[in-house]
Design a protein around this ligand. Structure first.
Ligand code: 5AD
Ligand code: SF4
Length: 433
């Protein structure tokens, strides 16, 4: 989500005659787009801001702005800690950037824009992906109404708001016209898309409409809330040819007691039933998830339930986090905090298990033919091309650069933990490497 917000910021500023530079030393304007979902992300932004203090001392005309969740949370109090910051813009105010910069230019004063808006205009900024990539993000909704007890998103990104269906379709046509082949639809809970618009606007109907757009070869989406994953959405797998065989379905915990305290509104059994349904409909589907360890009150038994759930599902990949206290959330008031060393130990155990599972899931692909959208030259080997399978796994293989941007068939030769070694298939024959 934040990456796409940054793309939108760049698109807006390019329209204002700004040009991107990778060199902060020579920049006229530096914008830090922050995330504060976990303490670690917030700390990263603080240390980055600290580093830019010296640049401002050297160059008085440098303008520094802070956007995103942390800006939303702290507003003008940011200036106390970081007096070298010139402007703050919250999560609903990206579209105001040109106006903010003009005000600073005219009056030379700090500007703070952190109001929540009823209609979030920034959702509608068309932005092409970075570096001419053929894979683009499209925001379909913003905010969240779920109030999971550990999460700051509803407070910092506001209530859920779906973007009008036609706006989304128009943006995808714009992307296709610029060569984009793959779209990832973004929202905190895409499964509830349309609820704020009308009764018959929903996520499966949006997917079906996008599936009819000529030129879109792959459709992905993130994130899905398990409680809202409908039978109709499950049916879309197999029905919409471009819908990729992957779902990111955060489970957070395998213990019902903890899920209840987290306000997730499903049980471990409900989750597993949905996994079974997804696999029955689409056997090749790759399932990834998020888990939090050390939520207040999490016992060793609860943690074991999470490990047991992992053993059942055998996720293709998992993002795992130590519970991090966030201001304003309900979980902050919970007793029985889990000590840091226990959280760390659980995290390590869970990650070791996941490595085993990821490798096992990758090994299943050995010898299979997979379709790859070729993204470019591999970072690790100049002679290799790199791309992703429909199941969202990285595959590297030998091939010439004219294949970049194309969809090619490969055979998986050697699965590793973080990637797959593949060979290009040309005219029905497997080439020797
Ligand atoms: N502590 C730890 N992890 C969190 N997440 C969200 N809030 C917290 C928190 N307070 C994780 C969840 C979510 C992912 C985006 O970040 O797993 O799915
Ligand atoms: Fe946060 Fe829960 Fe909303 Fe996800 S669904 S953004 S975890 S409140």
């Amino acid at each position: 989500m934040n990456v796409h917000d940054s793309e939108q910021i760049c698109a807006l500023l390019e329209g204002e005659e700004y040009e991107m530079t990778k060199d902060a030393q020579t920049a006229d304007l530096i914008i830090i787009n922050t995330c504060s979902i976990r303490e670690k992300a917030a700390q990263k932004a603080y240390s980055q801001l600290g580093r830019y203090r010296a640049l401002k001392q050297k160059n008085d005309s440098l303008i520094i702005g802070v956007g995103g969740c942390l800006a939303q949370e702290l507003g003008h109090t940011f200036y106390k800690k970081f007096p070298h910051v010139d402007f703050i813009f919250g999560t609903h105010n990206i579209n105001k950037l040109p106006e903010i910069l003009k005000k600073i230019e005219l009056y030379g004063e700090r500007v703070t824009e952190t109001d929540f808006r009823e209609s979030v205009k920034s959702i509608g900024i068309f932005a092409l992906p970075d570096n001419g990539s053929l894979s683009a993000f499209v925001t379909i909704m913003q905010g969240c109404n779920n109030f999971c007890s550990y999460c700051v998103v509803p407070y910092l990104r506001g209530r859920e708001e779906s973007r009008p269906l036609q706006d989304i379709i128009d943006e995808i046509h714009f992307l296709v016209d610029h060569g984009v082949k793959e779209v990832t639809l973004l929202g905190q809970n895409v499964n509830s898309y349309g609820h704020t618009i009308s009764e018959d606007t929903n996520f499966p109907s949006l997917l079906r409409k996008i599936g009819k757009i000529n030129g879109i070869e792959r459709i992905r989406f993130t994130t899905s809330h398990p409680k809202d994953l409908s039978e109709d959405l499950i049916r879309c797998y197999g029905e919409i040819a471009q819908l990729c065989e992957h779902i990111h379905l955060p489970v957070q915990s395998g213990a019902d007691r903890i899920l209840k305290k987290m306000n997730r509104k499903y049980t471990a059994k409900d989750y597993l039933n949905k996994v079974d349904r997804l696999r029955a409909q689409c056997p090749a589907i790759s399932i990834t998830s998020d888990v939090i360890v050390g939520f207040p009150g999490e016992t060793q038994e609860d943690f074991k339930s999470t490990l047991a759930l992992m053993d059942y599902v055998m996720f293709d990949n998992l993002f795992s986090f130590k519970y991090s206290e966030r201001k304003g959330t309900k979980a902050l008031k919970c007793d029985s905090k889990v000590p840091e060393p226990v959280k760390l130990e659980r995290l390590k155990l869970l990650q070791a298990k996941q490595e085993e599972h990821t490798f096992r899931r990758n090994k299943v692909l050995k010898g299979r033919i997979e379709e790859i959208l070729v993204e470019g030259i591999s970072k690790n080997c100049q002679n290799d091309l790199t791309g992703r399978t429909r199941s969202n796994k990285i595959a590297n293989f030998k091939g010439t650069t004219e294949l970049i941007g194309k969809m090619v068939p490969v055979v998986i030769k050697e699965p590793y933990l973080h990637s797959l070694r593949a060979e290009l298939i040309t005219e029905g024959e497997v080439q020797a490497c």
